[in-house]
Structure formats: structure tokens, C-alpha cells
Design a protein around this ligand. Structure first.
Ligand code: MSP
Length: 507
């Protein structure tokens, strides 16, 4: 334990009208790697993902597929779960908004807001985008009639429903953000959230009479809660809101919400306001990332540029997939994805740098040391590098910068390769000097297997096994596991197939 708060990490819950694509996977793999990093440090960790199953979009998708919305939700929620299992996503809980536990938490939280006097009835009429499940002001539309996110015509809706007194929370939110300057990262996104609040907040409609696919309003069962106010509460449901106060207080508000920039307003304005209205603390951390662009455009259900995780896993393997999205797409700005870029990154970092280090060491140990790996030397020049790399890697994972964390870890891989090239153990004769060089390289492999396990868990377990260690790298605890000298020597080193076979650009 590092004496840090518990680490509760969430992804957005994904709409079940879509199928999982690499945009969803990008957020989920990042959350998974962060959860694994914190577990490795002995932090109390809880990782939540799941699916968003109510609302008009899902109802229409079910109708189009000739089934009930529940059948549709069961089918597509299962598809997300299967993809996450394929990608080794180590979620602790998978929430579905159609579960009873969620309905109970939604009712409990919104009832609290109602009892506190922040919900009232009124008539609403407005321009609504079914894809966003959101109303738009005429000024926000593009070409006069289309939603700015989906570029599709909005619909005119009018109904009598329940309103949340969001306008009462502009000042409290500004005060809260001022007292919590690091709550939204990166800072540009914090400014965007503050900009929305400073523009003035209008009350928002939080229920619908027009559909019944949702959570009924407890004090007015003719209405259901609008899907977003039901969905946001998933983060509270999963840690026991309304059911187990102690459990809720263990994890809240130490949450890290990972979200795409498309849903900033809901997470950085509406959700904290709802929590304040219910007498709870706003979320302590919201990390906002940009879009994954394919051919310059956001990948989306309506686009033709969708890429599915399974297609890439077939060529790059699960760890090749995970590594790409963690290493090549810095968390924050938009990032362009291309197969060519992915092949280059895979060949450089995985096939060449890491794969070569392992295969060179295993080859020489088998040729010159009878397959038994020697221990590292105490005064190795790589020892200081390893301790610098641990510090840098930790700093970057802790600030949600996986790309920089992996860059730091890979600098140790490159240093070890350079050290081998300088010493040329393949030309040395058996003896203490050769043992020292090989022991140092094995020690780097051991440390890298621990530091890289949040990103590429299967590969790190395989490196661990091949250098003769028992247990698993993800059972180790940092920082002790990265102390120089942990490789004991005297272990059997196995020379196996390449960890990452080289790929040509055609794949
Ligand atoms: N159901 C809502 C979220 C409710 S959370 C209380 C929703 N779902 S979604 O299926 O549309 O998923 C949105 C999230 O998926 C984005 O915020 C982002 O994390 C991820 N992405 C979907 N497409 C993406 C890209 N092209 N690029 C990056 N992330 C993308 O909104």
C-alpha cells in the first residue's frame, strides 16, 4: 500500500445499439491498464465497466431487429462483454442499467434530489437528437437543423415532465471546481467545463412520458427517467449507493472517470450537480480523452470507418492491440489511427526491442551457460537506469499518461539492448564477465515484465516463465519488485518462438 486513496476507475457505459469498435476499446483498455497498474502497487482497486441499455435509441434498434428491448440489450451487452474478455479486460464489475440493483439506486438518488427540492414539473418543448439522446438549442445546430455530433436532423418534441433545477448549481459548481483544480484533466477540458458553467445553466428535463423503456419515476410512474440521468448513476450503483452506505463511502468520491470528449458536459457539469443536489461529493477525477480518428474522421456507428477489435487482434494479438492504443494514442488529444502506424509501432517496440532482447539473452544463455541464467551484478550500470525508469514509469501511470509510461519503460529495454551490443556476450567466452552481462540483461527483463504487465499482461507472464521465474508478474508488488537484484540466478531459461513475429505493412 502506498498510503494513497482507493482507486476506483470507470469507463463510460456503452450504448447497446452499437457494436464494440476500437473507439470503445481505446477507453476500456486504458481503464484496464490503470486498474492493473494500481493493483500492482497494492492500492485498493475497483474497476467498473458496463452497458447503457435504456432510452429511445435502444428501443428503436430493438424494433428494427424485431425483438424486445430487453432481448436486444441482452444480446448486445453480451457482445461488449465478449470483446472485453477477449482483450483481457480485468473489470471487477460489469454493470447493466436494466439490472434491479441499478433501478433501485437510480430511484434512491433521484428521490433524494426530489426530497431536497431540486426537481419540479414543467412543460418542455425542444429540438431533440435521438442519437445523442439530448435536446439542442437552435444556435447549436449545424446547417440549421442537424445535430452537431451526428450531423442528422433533430426532431421537435413537446412533453410535460420533471425538471432538475440545474440553474441552482452554477455557483456551487464553480466554487467546487475552484477548490479542486485538478478534478478534470487535461486542463483544457477543465476550462471547457468551466466555460459551460459560466455561460449560465438552465434547468434540464430529466424524465420522459413518450417512452416506457426506462426506470419509472418513483413519485410519478407514468414517466421514466431520461436515459442520461439513469446512466450516470451507474457509477454510484456499483459501489452500493442506496444499499450499502459503508461500501459507497469506501470508494466515493475517489473515482477516476475516463470519458471521451463527446460526453464532457454530462460528466463535468450535470453529474457533479446531481451529486451536490443529493448531498454527495462530486467525482474527484474526470480524465477526458479525444477521439480516435480513422482517415481523419471520428469512428462512429454511422460512419463507414469502423474497425472492430477482433480484426486487429487476429493480426497483432491481444497484447499487440493493447500496446498500440496505450502507447501510440496519447491520452488527451485526438489521435489518428492507421494500420501502417500500428505495424510500425508493433515492429519497432514489440518485435524488435522487446522480442529481440529476450531472444538474444535466451540464445546466449542456452549456448554458453547450459541454459541456466546467471544472477545480475551488484554494480551494474543498468541498475541506476532501472531505478530512474521505475520513478518515471510510476509518475506517468499515476497521472494517466500510459503513452509516456510505456515510453519510459521501453527506454530500459533499449538501454539493455545497447548494453548487449556494447559488450557482445555472443562473442565472450564463459566466465564471470559473461555471467555478469547476461545476469544484468535477465534482471532488466524481469523488471520490464513487472512494469509492462498493465499494458501487455500475457506477454509479461510469458517472459516471466521463459526466464525461469515462478508465479506471475502481476502478482508482484511495486516498488520492491523493481529493486535491482531480484533475479536470483540459477534458473532455467527457455528459448521459445519469437514473442512478436515481425509483420510486413500488408499485415
Ligand atoms: N452511453 C453513453 C455514456 C454513458 S456514461 C454514464 C455513451 N455511450 S457510447 O457507446 O456512445 O460510448 C461513448 C464513449 O465511447 C466515448 O465517451 C468514448 O469513451 C468511447 N468512444 C466511442 N467512439 C470513440 C472514438 N472514435 N474515439 C475515442 N473514443 C470513443 O456515450
Amino acid at each position: 500500500m502506498r498510503g494513497v486513496p482507493p482507486f476506483y476507475v470507470t469507463t463510460p457505459i456503452y450504448y447497446v445499439n452499437d457494436v464494440p469498435h476500437i473507439g470503445h476499446a481505446y477507453t476500456t483498455v486504458t481503464a484496464d491498464a490503470l486498474a492493473r497498474w494500481h493493483r500492482l502497487n497494492g492500492d485498493d482497486t475497483f474497476f467498473l465497466t458496463g452497458t447503457d441499455e435504456h432510452g429511445l435509441k435502444v428501443l428503436r434498434a430493438a424494433e428494427a431487429n424485431n425483438c424486445t428491448p430487453q432481448e436486444w440489450a441482452d444480446r448486445t451487452s453480451g457482445r461488449f462483454r465478449a470483446v472485453w474478455d477477449m482483450l483481457d479486460i480485468s473489470y471487477d464489475d460489469y454493470i447493466r442499467t436494466t439490472e434491479d440493483r441499478h433501478e433501485a439506486a437510480v430511484c434512491a438518488l433521484l428521490q433524494r434530489i426530489y426530497d431536497n427540492g431540486y426537481i419540479y414539473k414543467n412543460t418542455y418543448s425542444g429540438l431533440y437528437c435521438v442519437s445523442c439522446e439530448a435536446y439542442y438549442a437552435p444556435a447549436d445546430l449545424v446547417e440549421g437543423e442537424c445535430c452537431p455530433v451526428h450531423n442528422r436532423p433533430v426532431e421537435h418534441l413537446e412533453e410535460e415532465n420533471w425538471f432538475f433545477r440545474l440553474s441552482a448549481f452554477a455557483e456551487p459548481l464553480l466554487d467546487w471546481y475552484e477548490a479542486h483544480p485538478g478534478a478534470v484533466t487535461p486542463v483544457g477540458k477543465r476550462n471547457e467545463a468551466l466555460g459551460i458553467i459560466r455561460q449560465g445553466l438552465e434547468d434540464i428535463s430529466i424524465s420522459r412520458t413518450s417512452i416506457d423503456w426506462g426506470v419509472p419515476v418513483p413519485w410519478d410512474p407514468n414517466q421514466v427517467f431520461y436515459v442520461w440521468y439513469d446512466a450516470l448513476i451507474n457509477y454510484a450503483t456499483a459501489i452500493g449507493y442506496g444499499a450499502d452506505r459503508n461500501r459507497f463511502d469506501t470508494w466515493w468520491p475517489h473515482v477516476h472517470h475516463l470519458i471521451g470528449k463527446d460526453i464532457l458536459r454530462f460528466h463535468c457539469v450535470y453529474w457533479p450537480a446531481m451529486l451536490l443536489a443529493a448531498g454527495e461529493e462530486p467525482p474527484a477525477n474526470i480524465h477526458v480523452h479525444g477521439y480516435l480518428l480513422v482517415g481523419g474522421a471520428k469512428m462512429a456507428k454511422t460512419g463507414l470507418n469502423q474497425i472492430f477489435p477482433a480484426d486487429l487482434v487476429e493480426t497483432f494479438g491481444v497484447d499487440g492491440f493493447r500496446y498500440q492504443f496505450l502507447r501510440d494514442q496519447p491520452f488527451g488529444p485526438d489521435g489518428d489511427f492507421s494500420i501502417e502506424g500500428m505495424v510500425t509501432r508493433y515492429n519497432t517496440d514489440l518485435a524488435n526491442n522487446l522480442g529481440n532482447l529476450l531472444s538474444r539473452v535466451a540464445t546466449v544463455v542456452n549456448k554458453a551457460c547450459g541454459g541456466v541464467g546467471p544472477a545480475p551484478a551488484a554494480g551494474s550500470p543498468l541498475a541506476a537506469q532501472a531505478s530512474r525508469v521505475l520513478a518515471e514509469t510510476s509518475r506517468h501511470w499515476d497521472s494517466v499518461a500510459p503513452s509516456l509510461a510505456l515510453e519510459a519503460t521501453w527506454s530500459l529495454v533499449r538501454d539493455a539492448n545497447a548494453y548487449l551490443e556494447a559488450n557482445e556476450p555472443w562473442k565472450m567466452s564463459p566466465g564471470p564477465e559473461l555471467d555478469a552481462v547476461l545476469g544484468d540483461a535477465l534482471e532488466v527483463l524481469r523488471i520490464v515484465a513487472v512494469l509492462a504487465t498493465p499494458a501487455i499482461p500475457q506477454t509479461c507472464a510469458e517472459i516471466w516463465r521463459r526466464i525461469g521465474l515462478s508465479g506471475r508478474p502481476d502478482d508482484q508488488r511495486l516498488p520492491a519488485a523493481a529493486d535491482w537484484g531480484g533475479y536470483p540466478g540459477g534458473l532455467t531459461v527457455v528459448k521459445g518462438d519469437p514473442l512478436f513475429p515481425r509483420l510486413s505493412v500488408e499485415g
